[in-house]
Design a protein around this ligand. Structure first.
Ligand code: IFM
Length: 765
């Protein structure tokens, strides 16, 4: 098969609107947001969706390529590491006798970008790209392979519509001298290293061009730059293909030049069709494990697919040295730093649909445990206090000052005070253990994380004259209030962290006594210390008022000014801008789910009416100044049966990255909000939870949703669960693995492997 005959199949857009995100034309105001939204990524490489419409003398403008873990400090700021972008490997220019083909946005009579969520590919199509003497119809396609994460592929197919003249296509890399120190630049290879962190980057490339299926020999123009010249004729079909291979080295032990060449040769051996086929097969497999299908709400369906696309793009099960930053690999905001977002908003998705990826993300926390120990020791505590913002060593990366939303320079205290991160990491470790029963992980890494974080809390919580242990001077998830005492979220999560650590001690002692002896000796953990933990757990202050059942968000919160946020409905800026930081700090206005997040994560801490009482108190006081907030509120609202409110929060969370009304996505997609959407659908609307002896489901679907179907993994089993509120049934299939118990409305049902169990929802509570 010739390229001209088969390459166009690559560009055929997926017809099903539930699987594509489109951008038509060009809007300079929204362009940067579109670039984030249309990013392609495979957890190792991320390429922003810069379109083939130009704003200058380029036909394809720089596409920022991020390489996971390629962190460095800048000369001016030695403290904070940031991801260093790699060279743009997608640059192409068309040169005509009168100069380069300028493709000003205004010249475009039609231009469409299509992000194919199912196939993980970004395509574009532009017609009538009129130069004075040449008409072109251009299709482009790009991917970063999910099958071999080192590989990227660019395909371009052009039809000459009119014009007979000398044309040159120039393909190069851009930004080869930016951010990194160059070691070598050759025709087909570039080698660089970072200035301070001593990481290595290698990029190798091969490109070819055919005119009407005839190979045109390239002219080498210099390092990573080639061109092809021919005479255009109407009807001509030009096919261009470029492979790139990219390798990151963290030490000098590997030879990046050899590795990258091997990778490129493997890809060349497959050919572009083979690379596309392997990539699409890998995506198909991810969708088989993670798809969520909604019938009756096209907007919700697309929002979920978009979320799943980015979630599946963000992780890399093959690399334990990196985690997912707050904007994944789709933009510069937060410099690629890793927050609690990963453990609380992303890990649930990975644990339940992609345990291998979840494990790698948790191993990143294991490998950065020494950084967490150093942070705790540096602040005078024991155990492990994880960095609020983490890069590759586990050292604290939170900047000390930033520009605030009102454009003032403000001090950032989160790096020192937002300590709940340690309990959040422990929480994710425990969830992973519960769902997977991955013994080697628990024994080699998970137990140590649980013990060291518990040890931190036990030294951090101080017994006082009232007989209770207090944690003073922290910031909770609600970052509007700083230097607060006894934040309910922090203290209850800390207590829970200590309890789970003691559980793990008991488990190890019983099942793996030799491992326990070794670990306890290595960590110098004696019985006396464990007894002290028990005391802290027993006496931890939580701010719970037994008469109202309300947790006070922190000591003194209830006495603060109560501001009715309904009076500020329709505002377009955060509340700390509307009221000023000082007034917000003296008020009960909450930035994001705090006690509500605790309710979302540890519902068992809220007995009976406490759930509803706390939600009804805090929900109206939340200003949703963080993208993490709406989905967490929606999850809790759904569990409480308020599906109308939950759906409103679902749409609010979905709009963060998908609505064209604001440009908050310029610096990358809000990956935690996308993880939150999945949590809201699966933990909220479907009501999925787990117990020691199986999975449980308690559906609360919005009225509009005719059905909800999703996939999960549970202790070496793959399951598909479908909820049909019309038929009042839950359909469950264990596709692989042993029979298991599924509790519907609290009633146990045994599901055997391979057969479909149809369980009536009449038993729902
Ligand atoms: O982790 C969040 C935090 O909770 C609110 N500010 C943004 C961070 C990164 O998403």
């Amino acid at each position: 098969m010739t390229d001209s005959a088969t390459m166009d199949q690559v560009f055929v857009p997926t017809a099903d609107p539930d699987w594509v995100i489109l951008a038509d034309g060009y809007d300079s105001l929204r362009e940067v947001s579109v670039e984030s939204r249309f990013s392609i990524s495979n957890g190792f490489l991320g390429v922003r969706g810069v379109r083939s419409t130009t704003r200058g003398d380029r036909w394809v403008v720089p596409a920022r390529t991020y390489v996971a873990g390629l962190f460095d400090t800048s000369g001016s700021n030695q403290a904070t590491q940031a991801l260093v972008p790699a060279a743009d490997w997608l640059r192409v220019r068309i040169l005509l006798p009168g100069g380069p083909l300028l493709h000003h946005p205004g010249d475009v009579s039609s231009h469409r970008m299509t992000l194919d969520l199912r196939r993980g590919t970004l395509r574009s199509e532009g017609r009538h790209l009129k130069a004075p003497d040449l008409g072109l119809h251009v299709h482009t396609s790009r991917l970063v392979s999910l099958s071999d994460r080192a590989i990227g592929l660019q395909l371009i197919r052009m039809e000459i519509e009119d014009g007979e003249l000398d044309v040159t296509l120039e393909a190069s890399f851009e930004g080869t001298e930016l951010g990194l120190v160059t070691d070598q630049l050759r025709q087909d290879l570039g080698l660089w290293h970072t200035s301070h962190s001593r990481k290595y980057l290698a990029m190798a490339s091969m490109a070819a061009l055919q005119v009407n299926d005839r190979d045109i020999p390239p002219s080498a123009l210099g390092p990573l730059k080639s061109s092809w010249a021919w005479k255009s004729r109407p009807g001509q079909v030009i096919c261009f293909q470029r492979f790139v291979a990219i390798v990151r080295g963290d030490t000098k032990d590997i030879d990046p030049a050899k590795e990258v060449r091997d990778k490129l040769n493997q890809a060349k051996g497959l050919g572009w069709r083979g690379v596309v086929a392997a990539h699409e097969a890998a995506w198909l497999s991810r969708w088989r494990s993670s798809d969520v299908e909604v019938d009756g709400d096209a907007g919700a369906q697309l929002a979920l697919r978009f979320a799943l696309y980015h979630l599946n793009s963000a992780a890399n099960p093959e690399d334990e040295r990196v985690s997912v930053g707050a904007r994944a690999l789709t933009g510069d905001d937060y410099h690629g730093h890793v927050f609690w977002d990963t453990e609380i908003f992303l890990l649930p998705f990975y644990i339940l649909t992609w345990p291998e990826a979840a494990r790698a993300l948790l191993m990143y926390r294991f490998h950065t445990l020494d950084g967490a120990r150093a942070k705790a020791a540096g602040m005078g505590w024991r155990g492990a206090l994880y960095a609020w913002e983490s890069a590759d060593t586990g050292a604290e990366m939170t900047p000390e000052r930033v520009i605030g939303p009102d454009h003032q320079v403000i001090d950032v205290l989160c790096g020192k005070q937002e300590q709940h991160i340690s309990a959040d990491v422990a929480y994710a470790v425990w969830q992973y253990w519960q769902v997977t029963r991955d013994e080697s992980f628990l024994l080699d890494a998970g137990a140590e994380i649980l013990l060291e974080t518990a040890r931190f809390w036990s030294s951090r919580a101080v017994p006082e004259a009232d007989g209770r242990c207090h944690i003073r001077g922290v910031i909770g998830p609600d970052e509007y209030h700083e230097h607060i005492d006894d934040n309910a979220y922090t203290n209850v999560m800390a207590r829970w962290n200590i309890q789970r650590a003691l559980d793990v001690v008991a488990l190890l002692r019983t099942r793996w006594p030799a491992r326990w002896t070794g670990l306890a000796a290595r960590l110098d953990l004696k019985d006396g210390e464990l007894t002290a933990w028990l005391h802290v757990e027993d006496t931890m202050a939580t701010g719970l008022d037994p008469t109202t059942g309300l947790f006070e968000q922190f000591n003194g919160y209830f006495a603060l000014e109560d501001i009715d946020l309904a009076n500020y409905a329709g505002r377009t800026v955060p509340m700390d801008v509307v009221l000023g930081r000082e007034r917000v700090q003296k008020s009960q206005v909450v930035k994001q789910a705090d006690v509500v997040a605790l309710l979302g994560l540890l519902p068992e801490e809220f007995v009976g009416d406490m759930k509803s009482a706390n939600f009804r108190y805090y929900e109206p006081r939340c200003s949703h100044g963080s993208s993490l907030s709406p989905a967490m509120h929606g999850l809790v609202a759904a569990r409480l049966g308020d599906t109308d409110m939950a759906l409103r929060f679902f749409r609010q969370a979905a709009a963060i990255d998908l609505a064209d009304t604001h440009a908050a996505t310029d610096g990358g997609v809000h990956i935690a909000a996308l993880g939150g959407l999945w949590m809201l659908a699966v933990f909220g609307f479907a009501g999925l939870s787990w117990r020691d002896d199986g999975l449980a489901i308690d559906p609360q679907l919005p009225k509009e949703w005719r059905s909800l179907k999703f996939r999960v993994q549970w202790r070496q089993r793959s399951l598909v669960l479908s909820i049909d509120p019309g038929q009042q049934t839950v359909e469950a299939i264990v596709e692989s693995g042993d029979p298991m118990a599924l509790f519907v409305g609290g009633q146990p049902n045994q599901i055997s492997s391979g057969a479909t169990a149809v369980i009536p929802i009449v038993s729902l509570s």
